[in-house]
Design a protein around this ligand. Structure first.
Ligand code: KIV
Length: 262
């Protein structure tokens, strides 16, 4: 797909129907949005991974709606055609569907992004339906849901037992019927992701979910080799951490020695 026209929810649905893969990547500021889009990312996800990879928190739980709005507005300023999705952070939508609506309205009005993403399956279906009926594009996120890390105790793969697989299949069906426009499948067995992708009408976006999802997403810092360590399913395509360290240390040496400025 070439990025000439703005990407929309309809573009993503058409791509699924035409068996065309879509490229999602996280972005957290205007520069990363510009680079990602110029390199072929069609959807920019301002994930609440922001908290861990940019803000120095040890989970996504401390991320606030204000953090998300600040960074999503910057990504929107940097994009030309890409579809921009903002994660609703922990505590900004779980209390009630009305709370989710108010948080989504703030995000959409203050950032001009295209969609919100919320974690949860069957138990969030009523909320997704409430938002979708009011014209909000919602991306669901099932499988490993990092905002529930304290409940599960780890970021381990989900859907390993038959019971979990059945629940995830119900989750996928429920968010689809509720009106989600796409769903992220995080860290689940590839066979399960393949089956879900074949059975739902909306695009699936895989991260650690095998090759057969309709789209793939990675975290900016993992893809570029900026993170200190990557999850096993996220290979680094470059070693930008080393490149940055090398450039800064050569410049620092030049400052110390008086070689900079010339
Ligand atoms: O927060 C995030 O970056 C995400 C992706 C890992 C899907 O939710």
């Amino acid at each position: 797909m070439t990025i000439k026209k703005p990407v929309t929810a309809a573009t993503l649905l058409r791509a699924k129907q035409n068996d065309e893969k879509i490229v999602w990547l996280t972005a957290y500021d205007a520069a990363s949005a510009q680079i990602a889009e110029a390199a072929g990312a069609e959807v920019l996800l301002v994930g609440d991974s922001l908290g861990m990879v940019f803000l120095g928190f040890d989970s996504t739980l401390p991320v606030t709606l204000d953090h998300m709005i600040h960074h999503t507005a910057a990504v929107v300023r940097g994009r030309k055609h890409a579809w921009v999705v903002c994660d609703l952070p922990f505590g900004s939508y779980q209390k009630s569907k009305e709370q989710a609506f108010e948080s989504s309205v703030r995000v959409l009005q203050e950032t001009c992004c295209d969609a919100v993403k919320i974690e949860g399956g069957e138990h969030m279906a009523e909320t997704i339906e409430f938002l979708a009926e009011r014209g909000i594009a919602v991306v669901a996120h099932i499988g490993l849901t990092p905002q529930s890390v304290k409940k599960f105790g780890s970021y381990a793969k989900r859907g390993k037992s038959e019971a979990e697989q059945k629940q995830l299949t119900r989750d996928a069906r429920a968010v689809t019927e509720a009106g989600a426009v796409a769903m992220v499948l995080e860290n689940i067995p590839a066979e399960l992701a393949t089956a879900i992708t074949a059975h739902v009408e909306i695009p699936t976006v895989g991260i650690g979910a095998g090759a057969n999802c309709d789209a793939q997403v990675l975290v900016w810092n993992d893809l570029l080799g900026i993170s200190e360590s990557n999850p096993p399913f996220a290979p680094a395509y470059a070693n930008v951490r080393d490149i940055m360290t090398d450039a800064i240390s050569r410049w620092a040496e030049d400052v110390k020695s008086g070689a900079f400025p010339k």
